[in-house]
Design a protein around this ligand. Sequence first.
Ligand code: PMP
Length: 383
Amino acid sequence: MKISHRIAASRPLATTAMHGRVEAFRNEGMGIIDFSIAISHFSPPSPVLDAVTRAVQDERTMPYTGVAGALDVRRSLCAKLGRENGIPAEANEIIVTNGAKQALYEALYAMTDPGDTVLIFRPHWPAYVTTCQLLGLRPLLVDLPANITPETLAACPRADLVIINNPHNPTGKVFDRDELGHLADWVEAIGAQVIVDESYEHLSFGPVHTSFASQCDWRAIGVVTLFSASQSYAMMGWRLGFALAPPEIASAMQTLQGPITAATSHLAQVATVAAFDCGVQQHMIDEYRDRRDQVLHHVRELPWMRMHCPDSGPYLWGDVRALTHDTEAFAEALLAEEGVAIMPGDALGMPGFIRIGYICDDVYTLMEGVRRLVAFGDRIAAD
Ligand code: PMP
């Protein structure tokens, strides 16, 4: 049986692989507490559910739309970009996708050739590296500086393309305007194109999120920005995202998307517009902040784990190097012995760290999972 070299040379995406294992355990009747990804326990905003219900009840034919999405949908997303992100954009610069993930693949495909280098700050969302592997690209992993300055950037290797994730998964860092300005100057100086993933734009606990494209000449540099409804509106499984790209890149992305999915489903496009019209879901952010603080309070005095307080996002990022550097084995044993799934830092480019998605299930389940994690770590520390 022949399997493509490109696939054989790539590892399955660590997050979806772990999630698949959790589902398999659950299908066998085992109760697993899943911190490995961030699936919100909230429902999508009611205007979205209303819009979708109305569209179904009106028995709209739901035609194939143009590959990039229906014109009124793209216009509405342009209005969101002007309103929330300070980016004036045209409809031919928008492409609606099945989540930010599809947009990432298409943008990387459209902007590179095999062998090109892609600079990725670590820790990183695992899909950046896996997608590079699938496309035969060379990821260059660089530690994410606490502060982005001209000096920290001058120490980075040159690359054909740079991926920026703002707000950042998993550290929760929200880049300030100075940092975005330094990044813009630097990518211009080295002639790199950029993909900016702003999937967590609505999940800040305080610092104002600023879009990179609002701070630079994004059309001239070649900047693609990715947006997602998954985290902003608790709509992970709906697969709603879109990209903003200079017209030439948007058109190249359509060339790729056409034969794969053509347009996303029309119903999903109705939901995309309704979702991005909803703005920040403050009640959700408030509860996430509360949960974040409860977990941090519980683990603050552990001698074997240091966890910093994230400014945004659904993850906590813990340094467990005082206990182990083999976090893959740690995660395996935690799942087998305590029924708790986490992401080992290995998959995010940093063994010795763990990532906890703290927004799943109810608070009781969250704290029970944390209690089991702490008991497990304490046992290892006592050995
Ligand atoms: N970007 C980042 C940084 C993410 O963490 C995720 C999902 N966890 C995505 C994109 C995926 O977004 P979507 O569900 O829209 O594909």
